[in-house]
Design a protein around this ligand. Structure first.
Ligand SMILES: [Zn+2]
Length: 225
């Protein structure tokens, strides 16, 4: 099932309240258009009836797509500082729904699902793009770390993150994206072959660290450093 809650969020530009249905859970198998809306950025986006500004609340829902093997606890980017606590909470939710504490049939479905937790819209879209294009999200995080290590201009701060924004043919388009505004600050294009080489022995320690929990994101290493 997909669940929604009626709310009246105020427009961030003019404070006018307008009704919308806030999503609490997304079942992409039954509602594929919700997944497409997440990918094109229209999902949960409101247009203010008074001033025409568009906005959307930060995401906070469970995303499930058995067909593509995805289960994601989606958190607002404001909760990033509590990622360790929320990772534990997501694991407990996962465990009851599809893991060891779930009933037999659900556990069987769970074996084909990869559980994750993400923070903010750009991060969950990135996970959807990985499933869509057969990209290993662990290798993607290691590639991002390589990009940062190579130096150059790094506009990273608390909410500006390096995210896979789209895939164009053989090209991965990554953006430094301000997570709340969802606006790219700058764009980096890399051929898909840039994802190769991260399954070697040399990368094993970092591979283990970045995938040590449901929060598969290079931020877990940076936050712990
Ligand atoms: Zn407005």
């Amino acid at each position: 099932m997909s669940f929604f809650l009626p709310i009246q969020p105020p427009c961030p530009s003019c404070d006018t309240e307008s009704p919308m249905e806030l999503v609490l859970s997304v079942n992409a198998d039954r509602r594929p258009q919700l997944r497409l809306g997440m990918l094109d950025g229209t999902f949960q986006r409101q247009t203010c009836p008074a001033c025409g500004a568009t906005f959307r609340p930060e995401p906070e829902f469970i995303y499930q797509d058995v067909g593509r093997g995805q289960w994601i606890a989606v958190e607002p980017v404001d909760n990033l500082a509590q990622w360790q606590t929320l990772e534990d909470k997501a694991y407990a939710t996962w465990d009851r729904a599809f893991g060891d504490r779930a009933g037999g049939p659900a556990r069987e479905i769970g074996e084909a699902l990869t559980p994750r937790v993400t923070f903010g819209w750009p991060a969950v879209v990135e996970k959807l793009l990985c499933a869509e294009h057969g990209i290993d999200d662990i290798h993607l995080e290691l590639m991002k770390m390589s990009i940062i290590r190579m130096g150059g201009s790094v506009p990273m701060d608390d909410t500006t993150e390096l995210r896979l924004a789209r895939v164009e043919g053989d090209t991965l388009v990554l953006g430094w994206i301000e997570a709340k505004a969802e606006t790219p600050v700058s764009i980096i294009e890399i051929p898909q072959s840039g994802l190769e080489g991260y399954n070697t022995e040399a990368w094993a320690p970092l591979r283990a660290q970045v995938s040590a929990g449901l929060y598969v994101d290079m931020n877990r290493l940076l936050a712990g450093a």
